[in-house]
Design a protein around this ligand. Sequence first.
Ligand code: CAA
Length: 283
Amino acid sequence: MDVQRIGVVGLGAMGAGIAQVATEAGFDVVGREVTADLGDAATARIGHFLTRKVEKGQRTEEERAAAMSRLTTTTDLSGLADCDLVVEAIVEELGAKRELFEELERVCRPDAVLATNTSALSVTEIAAATTSPERVVGMHFFNPAPLMPLVEVVRAELSSDDAVATALGVVERLGKVAVPCHDTPGFVVNRILIPLLNDCVRALDEARVTPEALDAAMTNGAGWPMGPCTLVDLVGIDVHVHASEALYEKLREPRMAPPPRLVAMRNAGLLGRKSGRGFYTYT
Ligand code: CAA
C-alpha cells in the first residue's frame, strides 16, 4: 500500500520519536494521546529536537516548519480513521494493547495496517484481539527512535505478506534499516540485549563497582556507545524490568529474569531519566 498518513498512538518517548521521524520523512502524522496536554507536550518535544537540527545546520527553518505542519494530535481515536498505517506505542501491557487493537479495528479503514511497537510482548497475541490479524505486524523502533537506525519488522503468525511489505516500505522511506524477523520473544535485539544488560547489573554487585565504573568499563573496554547503566536509565527501569519479566515468562532462562536490584528500583519509582533518578540523577 502507498502510505501517506501515519497514526501514532501514545506519544511518550517512543511514540513522540516515531512521530518525529515520520513527519520528517514527509508523512502526514496524527498522534493520539489521552489528554490534550500530553499531546501538546509531545508536539513541543518534537519541535525542540527539530529546532536543534536547524541550529546545527542539519535542517532548514522551512523544513522544520513543513514537518511541524504535517503533525497533528488528537485525543480521539477516531482521528486515526484516515490513516494508512497506525503504530501503537502505549504502555507495555498485553491487556491494554489488546483493548486498543480491538478499538483500532473498529475506527480504522479495513485496509489500514496496524503495527505495534512492543519490545517483548507477542505480536501474535496482540493481533488475536482483532478479527483481522492479517493486517497486524510489529514495527519495533529503538530508543531514542530519531537516532537509532534499526526497526525490526515483525511477522506475526497470521500477518499477511502485504502488511509486512507495507511496513518494510515505510521503514525504507523513513531512512531506517529494517530487519524483518518472526514473532519470537524479544525478536532479535532484545533477545540478546535484555539478558546482557541484566548480566551487567549483576556484575555491578558481584565486582563491587559503581555505575560510573561499570559504564567506563563497557564504553572503554567493549566499545559500547553508552554504558549499560546509562542505557538502562535511558530505556526506563520499568520498561527494562517489564521486558525482562516478559522474556523470562516465555523462555524460562535465569539470565532473562530481572535482577532484584532493578525490581527494587522500579518499585521505588527510580525509573531512570524519565523520573529524574535511576542509576544516575538527572536535573
Ligand atoms: N529524541 C530526539 N532527538 C534526540 C533525542 C531524543 N530522545 N535525544 C537526543 N536527540 C538529538 C538532540 O538534539 C541531540 O543534539 P543536542 O544535544 O545538540 O541537542 C542529538 O540528537 C545528538 O544527541 P547526542 O549528542 O546524545 O547523540 P550521540 O551522538 O551521543 O548518540 C545515541 C546518542 C545514539 C543514543 C548513542 O549514545 C547510542 O547509540 N546509544 C545506545 C542506545 C541504544 O542502545 N538504544 C537501544 C536501547 S534498547 C531499546 O530501545 C529496545 C527496547 O525495546 C527497550
